[in-house]
Design a protein around this ligand. Structure first.
Ligand code: GDP
Length: 306
């Protein structure tokens, strides 16, 4: 995972061959670094922000001699990236779910509702199933809402996951209103004390405006507790522009990056977090239900710096 980004950051060890850094030294070395980041699918705004922050940290610095030189540069970089991720809030989704469900009483039950957003093919339906698996294993009950009523096969795909996971799926026919399907699932959960409602949604790109209106309608009708944007880490800057558009229409809370197992570049994680100012909460790392890992900033940093 993320080999390319790691080699981009590796190129910075050239900085360590200098004993004191002038702006010119830094510029010439950062030039290679910038190119390597572009190749790693890091968005332009992000590259600028990282290089500026590095420059601020390094210009005029005396670099210690010997082995400590590389460590010195890496530390600067680690601090820049850490600072960069510190702008996104820390979210513990299982904890959020638990605190809402703990408030339920005998007379009143309100489920935790999650809406999944994203373009077709990014792995949204698979991710809904993975989250259902995760939360079920934590002892929660789950209902799935087949909110993609456009894509042929989408309802069967999610229903099949529900059968395998032994959870309920709520569906209507193709062409029906996804907000109504989502509401049905919410009402079902309220009536049967089901803790989590996971709503799949459509992701056709041809009619982006209609899609965004559809998402806004689901949000208005069910008022989800949490909105997750699902992005394909392999799709590079496309994922970044999708993130911007979904963010402006739905103001989602967090991102899950899929196909990280196949992502040799790693730039999408940096770019999406920076541009949306929302955290990456999980990485999807394969096609099986268990293939979902919590995203950990420190681990990500170590991954790309070692
Ligand atoms: P949707 O159209 O966004 O609902 O996408 P799907 O859930 O149908 O997934 C599209 C394809 O990506 C399927 O072949 C999935 O098995 C595959 N996929 C989903 N998540 C991952 C992942 O984390 N890693 C890999 N390698 N493949 C994935």
């Amino acid at each position: 995972m993320f080999e390319k980004l790691r080699s981009a950051f590796g190129s910075l060890s050239k900085l360590a061959t200098h004993t004191s850094l002038s702006e010119k030294d830094i510029d010439s070395i950062l030039w290679d670094f910038e190119l390597a980041m572009i190749e790693s699918n890091v968005a332009q705004e992000v590259i600028q922000s990282i290089t500026q922050s590095l420059k601020r940290g390094l210009v005029g610095e005396k670099i210690p001699r010997g082995e400590d030189q590389v460590a010195f540069v890496k530390n600067e970089l680690r601090d820049s990236i850490r600072e960069f991720f510190s702008k996104t809030p820390n979210i513990d989704l299982p904890q959020l779910v638990k605190s809402k469900l703990d408030k339920n009483t005998r007379d009143h039950f309100s489920p935790f509702v999650i809406l999944f957003l994203g373009i077709n093919g990014v792995g949204k339906t698979t991710t809904v199933a993975k989250l259902a698996y995760l939360f079920k294993n934590m002892g929660n009950t789950v209902v799935l809402a087949c909110g993609d009523t456009h894509r042929a096969g989408a309802i069967e795909q999610l229903t099949e996951h529900a059968n395998r996971l032994k959870v309920k799926a709520i569906a209507q026919s193709y062409g029906s209103d996804p907000a109504a399907v989502a509401k049905d699932a919410q009402l079902y959960a309220e009536a049967h004390n089901v803790g989590l409602v996971l709503i799949d949604s459509a992701g056709r790109i041809q009619t982006s405006k209609n899609l965004m209106e559809e998402m806004e309608k689901i949000v208005r009708v069910v008022r989800p507790d949490f909105k997750i944007f699902v992005a394909d880490s392999l799709s590079g800057n496309d994922a970044v522009s999708q993130a911007k558009e979904f963010k402006s229409f739905t103001d989602f809370d967090a991102t899950i990056l899929t196909k990280a197992d196949a992502d040799t570049k790693g730039g999408a994680a940096l770019s999406i977090a920076f541009i949306t100012q929302r955290p990456i909460i999980y990485l999807a790392v394969g096609q099986e239900y268990k293939d979902l890992v919590a995203f950990n900033v420190e681990q990500f940093i170590e991954n790309i710096l070692t």
